[in-house]
Design a protein around this ligand. Sequence first.
Ligand SMILES: [Zn+2]
Ligand SMILES: [Zn+2]
Length: 282
Amino acid sequence: MLHGSVKVGDAEIFALCDIAGNFPTGLREAFPDVPEEEWPRFRDRYPDAFTDETTWLVHDHCYLLRTPDRTILVDTGIGPLGSSVPGIRRSKGLPAGLEEAGVKPEDVDTVVFTHLHFDHIGWNTPQDPTKPFFEKAMHVVHSADWDVFSELDDPLNRNAFERNIRPLEPAGVLELIGGPLELLPGVSVVPAPGHTLGHMVVSVTSGDDQVLLSGDLVNHPAQLAEPTWREIGDMDVGATADSRRRIFGEGGRRTVYAPAHFQEPFGHVEKEGARYVWSPVA
Ligand SMILES: [Zn+2]
Ligand SMILES: [Zn+2]
């Protein structure tokens, strides 16, 4: 479903919610570094990011960027797998959101993956692995993630890679990159490693305005308080903290962040004392 949009220059960025529901492990397993006594304050501040005292209410957002002549999709959600996950609140999915935005799959010219976790690559080949859903799009993947995920032991992510990413190569729609890539003037894919080794963000700028599609740089607003607080999916905790410090340090007051898993798809990251806090765009 469509979750609102923001404009920057002549681009409009739509948030498309693939699913929202309870994260399968408890809050403390998902974010093991957050001290127990901190949670009540975060629950007061960000009530919509919790189902109850011990459960993270997680969204899975994809972002669609439209300009007069480009249609770019960032991440493709959990896909059909989402309908088998217990506790899911909404499951209209990415295809319904695209329809609401007036976009057909064949209109998409570029798909960018912030990283290759199973919940970001789900709608690539929903029916037949030889037939990409976004058939006319080049699919941009960081080569570090391609290398790691093609040899991963973890069955959930490995199976998703083999089913949804590997077939893009023989289909002729895969573009592996090893560093930054400018998609069009003002729109660039930028490495922000840590959550995965090939994790990337997408920066959209026009004059002083910036929207940063930040993928899984941070997954819960509570993590903004301390850059070293990991989420269980983070592959390299030190590199993740470095990427967070760099990106939040570089961002201006006007920068709008669009994280994949927050309850609100767009917001500012503001300094409050020594800590950052999340302030959603109304
Ligand atoms: Zn959502
Ligand atoms: Zn992830």
